[in-house]
Write a protein that binds this ligand. Structure first.
Ligand code: NAD
Length: 260
């Protein structure tokens, strides 16, 4: 059980992040959720998270492309719970375009959100974890932290960077009771995937069905989307004492994609 622990999950108003928050709250952890969305829907979800175990859930809706807002989110967590024991860097976004047409502001956004935000949350979370001699840092990386696909230059760059960052901090923290690992999903059916279908249709000149079958599931040998709950189950394992010696790893949950 994770009773007495506090988990902060970035980008947890939707998709994989929400599945992590539900899984962690289900194990009794306090959770700090973050991300954008409709205020009433988020408040409803926050209450549902609290109902899962009786632990507390706090919403901190800061924009993680901005360093000072990340600092404010970490202060919210520290004020409410003393600090963060389990940090899941999950917020991320995608943009699909050929490199010579890639909008500069999209490049900057993806590097800030998918990569730099994990550096900032980590540097702010580590002192408390070290003091407690226990901590778990988990990144939602991606199959794209291990292999590339065309037209996703910013995303693939950010995710490869995140994988390198994670190995580095795993080494720095190796004797302190704090582990750091990547979970690398293949395609999970979430708004992030759904929203890239129109641009992928355009970039590759394909129909919606062709994108689903010939692009998304083509590389996934199981021919199934991974579920957000399956990704969250891996995170729960990493939070367990059984995973105390799993650090600096990049754990694929990708239906065999990167085995090819
Ligand atoms: P999603 O779009 O469902 O969720 C993204 C979350 O990030 C939302 O809560 C959103 O509000 C939040 N967010 C967006 N911009 C933000 C900002 N500036 N500041 C704070 N929060 C912000 O996407 P998802 O598919 O659940 O993706 C979650 C993570 O999983 C991402 O890092 C993504 O790269 C990764 N991933 C997804 C897949 C997939 O197939 N869906 C595969 C591999 C990796």
């Amino acid at each position: 059980s994770l009773t007495g622990k506090t988990a902060l999950v970035t980008g947890s108003t939707s998709g994989i992040g929400l599945a992590y928050a539900r899984a962690l709250a289900g194990e009794g952890a306090n959770v700090v959720i973050n991300g954008f969305g409709d205020a009433d829907a988020i408040e409803k979800e926050r209450r549902e998270l609290e109902a899962l175990s009786g632990a507390r859930a706090l919403y901190s809706g800061h924009d993680l492309t901005k360093t000072e807002e990340i600092e404010a989110m970490m202060r919210d967590a520290a004020q409410a719970f003393g600090g963060v024991d389990i940090l899941i860097n999950n917020a991320g976004t995608q943009h699909v375009a050929p490199v010579e047409e890639f909008p500069v502001e999209k490049w900057d956004l993806i590097i800030a959100l998918n990569l730099s935000s994990a550096f900032h949350t980590t540097r702010l979370a580590v002192p408390y974890m070290k003091e407690r001699k226990w901590g778990r840092i988990i990144q939602t990386a991606s199959a794209h932290s291990l292999v590339a696909s065309p037209f996703k230059s910013a995303y693939v760059t950010a995710k490869h960077g995140l994988a390198g960052f994670t190995k580095t901090i795993a080494l720095e923290l190796a004797t302190s009771g704090v582990t750091a690992n990547c979970i690398s999903p293949g395609y999970v059916w979430t708004p992030l995937v759904e929203n890239q279908i129109p641009d992928t249709m355009k970039a590759r000149g394909l129909t919606r069905e062709q994108v689903m079958n010939d692009v998304l599931l083509a590389g996934q040998p199981t021919k199934q989307f991974v579920t957000a709950e399956q990704v969250a189950a891996m995170a729960l394992f990493l939070c367990s004492d059984a995973a105390a010696n799993v650090t600096g790893a990049n754990l694929s949950v990708d239906g065999g994609w990167t085995a090819q």
